[in-house]
Design a protein. Structure first.
Length: 445
């Protein structure tokens, strides 16, 4: 007679994350802001009043699991649909089945994983069936629904934001996986809570990643008889590098660059370096970051410290020369300088105001007296007539108006008292005072 193996149970050969998928809300970990007592989604589930929904959140937070629990709790037929492998033909086939179910008085919950991967035509195919109640659509996405889901479909669904699991929730989940018979409960696994905490931190809020890592360290543990011990060495090998959540074409890309920009604007060098590291270590193009830093130098520092632009441009050029990972410290140099530099957005706002006038007054001609007159005809037409050469005056100034007539006297640039811009402001005030005192009227016609 053969000795019974732990792995004779087919269920035990499936991945740990699959074996431990909870079947009810009592075992579901996290998302208490949605599923706690009295919360909106919890009440919808308890009252069996489920609308079409979009679950938006990072990987491994329970979007698919929650959809399955809802389907089980509402006694609906559950259809799992993948946006990666399905097209219009498959959609139509599923819709026919759902419509037949509706006629038989049965609910159909259609769960679409990665719904953002469907194009506009595919998303539109669901609309009539959602509207007449043939299906309750539950879509899962890691991308911002505002950008990735058709507005018509989005208006017919309630969006719920799922959060990354906390390290406390993750550690509890991992301890349960060690103790649960569906996990490693039938084995004697020795792993301390401090090691589970390391795995929880490494997983970055992703329960699936945490369980996969736990499975890896247990399978590679030291076996002595029927006891498996996870050592510190094994753990370190399995969590040697954290895989940062980052999509260079998705929302997280813009979230992180926004965090970097706003941390520098708020003069917080430590936060600035952190967000810089998050982007670079996740694989962001350093030249993209460098370009944003150059922009920041003029937008947020400006004339308060004109050296900032020089340093930002130098950082871009140096990053181009040597690339990653060496250029990380160069970009950090620029980021710290910009973060602690005095701030002024006077140049930024000045250009914004001038741009508005330029767009709204496109027909404004250049005044004749500041036009060049390279030909005889141009001179005869008055080009350059009345021009005053600033270097001829003792103050190197003239009272000549350089604005179009309708914008004469318009002021765009208003210096702040920050850094070196304070001196610029003093100089500009002197210039404007001199012009006001020496105004002789418009240039000769």
């Amino acid at each position: 007679m053969e000795q019974e193996s732990l792995f004779d149970d087919r269920r035990m050969t499936s991945p740990l994350a699959s074996r431990l998928r909870p079947e009810n809300l009592g075992k579901f970990v996290g998302q208490t802001h949605l599923l706690g007592e009295g919360k909106v989604l919890r009440q919808m589930i308890d009252q069996d009043q489920i609308p079409s929904m979009i679950f938006w959140g990072p990987p491994g937070v329970g979007k698919t699991t929650l959809a399955r629990i809802i389907a089980g709790g509402t006694h609906a037929i559950f259809i799992d649909f993948s946006a990666v492998t399905s097209g219009i033909r498959e959609i139509k086939e599923v819709m026919v089945k759902a419509e037949n179910n509706r006629r038989m008085g049965e609910k159909t919950i259609l769960f679409i994983d990665e719904i953002h991967r469907f194009n506009k035509a595919q998303q539109d195919a669901f609309l009539p069936f959602v509207e007449k109640g043939s299906i309750i659509l539950i879509g899962a996405t890691t991308e911002n629904p505002s950008f990735e889901i058709n507005s018509a479909l989005l208006s017919r669904a309630k969006v719920f934001v799922l959060h990354a699991l906390s390290e406390e929730d993750m550690t509890r989940l991992l301890r349960n996986a060690v103790d649960d018979p569906a996990g490693f409960g039938k084995q004697k696994v020795r792993i301390g809570d401090e090691m589970l905490a390391v795995i929880a931190a490494f997983a970055n809020g992703d329960a699936r990643a945490a369980l996969n890592t736990l499975e890896m360290v247990v399978l590679n543990g030291v076996r002595e008889g029927d006891v498996t011990t996870v050592t510190r060495e094994i753990l370190e090998q399995c969590v040697s590098r954290k895989s940062l959540l980052y999509d260079k074409n998705g929302e997280e890309h813009y979230n992180l660059i926004s965090a970097l920009h706003k941390s520098m604007r708020n003069s917080e060098p430590d936060a600035s370096i952190y967000w810089l590291a998050r982007m670079l270590e996740a694989g962001e193009d350093p030249l993209y970051v460098a370009r944003r830093i150059v922009r920041f130098a003029s937008e947020d520092v400006g004339m308060a410290d004109s050296r900032a632009l020089e340093i930002a441009v130098a950082a871009y050029q140096a990053s181009h020369f040597i690339g990653m990972p060496e250029c990380g410290v160069i970009l950090a140099h620029a980021v710290v300088y910009l973060a602690v530099a005095p701030k002024s957005n006077a140049v930024y706002t000045a250009y914004g105001s001038a741009k508005k006038d330029a767009l709204e007054m496109l027909a404004e001609p250049v005044p004749l007296h500041i036009r060049n007159a390279p030909t005889k005809l141009m001179k005869e037409l008055g080009y350059g007539k009345g021009y005053k050469y600033a270097h001829d005056g003792e103050e190197k100034l003239t009272d000549m108006e350089c604005m179009p007539e309708s914008l004469a006297g318009r002021k765009y640039y208003h210096p702040t008292d920050q850094g070196t811009e304070a001196k610029v402001g003093e100089r500009l005030a002197q210039i404007r005072k001199w012009r006001a005192e020496n105004k002789t009227g418009p240039a000769e016609k």
